[in-house]
Write a protein that binds this ligand. Sequence first.
Ligand SMILES: NC(=O)c1ccc[n+]([C@@H]2O[C@H](COP(=O)([O-])OP(=O)(O)OC[C@H]3O[C@@H](n4cnc5c(N)ncnc54)[C@H](OP(=O)(O)O)[C@@H]3O)[C@@H](O)[C@H]2O)c1
Length: 253
Amino acid sequence: MSVMERFRLDGKVAVVTGASSGLGVAFARGLAEAGADLVLGARRADKLAETVTMVEGLGRRAVAVATDVAKPEDCQALADAAVGELGRIDVLVNNAGVGTAVPALKESPEQFTQVVDVNLNGCYWMAQACARAMEPGASIVNISSVLGLTTAELPQAAYSASKAGLIGLTRDLAQQWATRKGIRVNAIAPGFFTSEMTDQYQEGYLDRMAARIPMGRIGDPEELTAAVVFLASDAGAYLTGQTVPVDGGLTIT
Ligand SMILES: NC(=O)c1ccc[n+]([C@@H]2O[C@H](COP(=O)([O-])OP(=O)(O)OC[C@H]3O[C@@H](n4cnc5c(N)ncnc54)[C@H](OP(=O)(O)O)[C@@H]3O)[C@@H](O)[C@H]2O)c1
């Protein structure tokens, strides 16, 4: 197999959560370009339908299921739809996430719990549901954040805790499943990329962050997608349990 063939995902089925906007749409596009059929989950069915059209336009099959990843039963239903309609699950990209910035002394238990329910617990419910169906050689890619490794000025206890927790979850599932199930589990820690989430930042915040980034700019979602395809495919066959920052060097500052 040539080195470029290792990146191909022809004949494989990839599940992407949070595929209704932002990075999830870019990941669905990249995985489809690499040859995978897609199973797409998020809460907004109308936006998921647009991603289905995009994937089908690339000549790949796509199935969408309205999913709230905070509900274990929804996660199982998404995995069941993948197996029922496309026959298998080779890749899971745990991308669904919510971002908040609330000062710690003002944050309610409900606000904190809601973020952890989606960003951390949701990834676990999805990993459990998909791993039950996955065969050896499968790959799980968890979308963490540089906020799981460092701070970035805003009060983000819930978000940072959930993303740091996801790095721990990645490590543990990797060691549980490396030989017993033959499933690789890795995480990506993205820096700053334009999306609906980063649209919510106050004016000037991204400029200040860009000034802190050694490469001097925020990232292009396609630069993150390439890393997802690497970890999802046989190109990353000997990597497991790792968290890869894709951040223009932010976490070395
Ligand atoms: N953009 C960045 O700079 C950056 C940096 C580091 C990490 N990240 C991470 O990258 C991931 C994608 O974020 P993004 O920037 O693309 O933001 P985004 O455009 O707001 O996308 C978030 C996605 O998550 C979905 N989602 C939210 N809650 C959900 C739930 N309960 N169940 C199912 N899906 C849910 C949303 O869909 P619905 O609303 O339709 O459910 C949406 O598709 C997140 O995990 C985020 O933390 C982003």
